[in-house]
Design a protein around this ligand. Structure first.
Ligand SMILES: [Zn+2]
Ligand SMILES: [Zn+2]
Length: 50
């Protein structure tokens, strides 16, 4: 059993859903996970910093 929703992007600041074959919604979050920031800038709808 997973301790977290596998459909949620693993980036702490990201609200997107992860891809079926990844913990992250995309390459941006996969790279950002090495240095988590307060804002997610993956550019997906509902996840864009102002
Ligand atoms: Zn995001
Ligand atoms: Zn993400």
């Amino acid at each position: 059993m997973a301790d977290r929703d596998p459909k949620k992007c693993a980036h702490p600041a990201c609200n997107c859903l992860a891809a079926n074959d990844s913990k992250y919604c995309g390459a941006f979050c996969e790279g950002e996970a090495d240095h988590p920031s307060v804002l997610c800038e993956c550019g997906h709808p509902g996840c864009t910093p102002r």
